[in-house]
Design a binder for this molecule. Sequence first.
Ligand SMILES: C[S@@+](CC[C@H](N)C(=O)[O-])C[C@H]1O[C@@H](n2cnc3c(N)ncnc32)[C@H](O)[C@@H]1O
Length: 224
Amino acid sequence: MDIAQHKARLRQYFDGVGFQRWSAIYGDAALSPVRRSIRQGHAAMLAAAASWLDGWAGCTALDVGCGTGLFSLTLARRGLQVTAVDIAPQMVEATRAAATAAGLADRLTCTLADLEDLQGRYDLVVCFDVLIHYPEAAFAPLLRHLATLSADRLLFTFAPLSPLLAALHRVGGMFPHSQRRTDIQMIPERLVLATLKASGMEVRRSRRVSSGFYHVTLVEAVRA
Ligand SMILES: C[S@@+](CC[C@H](N)C(=O)[O-])C[C@H]1O[C@@H](n2cnc3c(N)ncnc32)[C@H](O)[C@@H]1O
């Protein structure tokens, strides 16, 4: 698979029909049961991540693939100085508008960029439901790059490879075909652990979040 092409397709998707679909899921509009289960799972994942945040006021955070900015706002409300980055212009604009509406624009800088072009060091790096869209061949380089950006802590999600989920994929995927626009890419846990180790990081805690059609593992990694 050509990763540059894959990334270009994701960018186009998340800046078009994907923006409409995901902002509905992340918002409060009425949804089909499938998408409602994704909204519930995603909300549970964000709540778990937020419950792991303590004592970060005044620190710097980078939210990679910020989407509509839900977690960027949480970080800004907790007193962190946040840089929110996304590859899709509409997502960046949505985050910027949300920050302004919430009166948090002074704590939240929004930037259009590709994860792999980012540089610098942040106390906390978060990357939720982004790596789930990349195949195994791209996963390790992306995670390694995220690790270089983190001075201390890295929070991210991946879609765990399990026999049950693999079977679900075989019989039709995580989403019904009529609603599927991006494939969820399952990754073996051993690849996640090996990539973190090679990046000088290790898992501090992790949590499996499952709700209907939403299945991810939330990971908090620290410098080893
Ligand atoms: C499913 S959304 C998750 C949004 C947000 N993290 C959340 O959990 O609410 C995935 C986001 O990742 C962004 N994305 C995908 N590949 C990216 C890349 N290489 N660099 C930056 N953002 C990327 C997409 O544009 C999209 O906004």
